[in-house]
Design a protein around this ligand. Sequence first.
Ligand SMILES: [Zn+2]
Ligand SMILES: [Zn+2]
Length: 276
Amino acid sequence: MSLAFLSSVIIAVAAVILVLLERRFPYDKGQKIFREGFFNDFVLYTLVQSYVMGLVIAWIIERIDSSTDISRLHLVSSWPLWVQMLVFFVVHDFYIYWFHRAQHHSKYLWRIHEAHHATKDVDWLSGSRSHALEILINQTVEFAPIALLGARPEVAIFKGTIDAVWGMYIHSNIDVRSGKLQWFFNGPEMHRWHHAIEITEGGINFATKLAIWDYLFGTAVRPAQKPRGYGLSDVDFPTNYLRQLVFAFRRFSGVTAGAVAPPGPPLGGMPEEPSS
Ligand SMILES: [Zn+2]
Ligand SMILES: [Zn+2]
């Protein structure tokens, strides 16, 4: 069995397990599996867009390499596999924290992140909804160094698998309270709040995998109660995939970055969950 095939099997099995756990331990009760946007998110974003963007990103990286020959220097090839994994994992996670935070503060970058926040039901599938341009930027930044610095090919496959499984986990509708582990291993407990409709511009909980960045840089919020809902309250986001793609390029009308919600309870007034 090839590693790439094994990766697909692991991702599919993880998806089934998460869906079963969502049924057994729901964070928000009554959320349906086949909720609004299921076809879009599963078929168009997860299968079609990921495949097409994978080809585009591989082509870009190949072009960079053929014009610079940088991968022939094998800059990290002699490092043990686990060191390569650890370095690329931590460095990319640090990058994605800051890029994600910038997306919530820049009205231009917010445009390619809006699709991700438009879903009204946050579940195992919601993480797949990302604008093609957001995927292009983030995955090129993620995979170009792996290829260009001469990392082992397994690093890209392992990393892609971890991204997919962890991405499904942090969005899953599972009532997980992971205590002190949550400081390091991000989960639905914090990321569902990142999608909360009551979060106004600026945002909270930007981490994807390592929640430690939110604790280090002062953006961690972990309320004891659950959000009122999810999604965008300032725009009427289209339901059609192609319209969602072009919606990012509409004219600006003075709206600033972030999901602008009607006044809700101030986050500072929310009781924090005990940290153990
Ligand atoms: Zn966000
Ligand atoms: Zn998310």
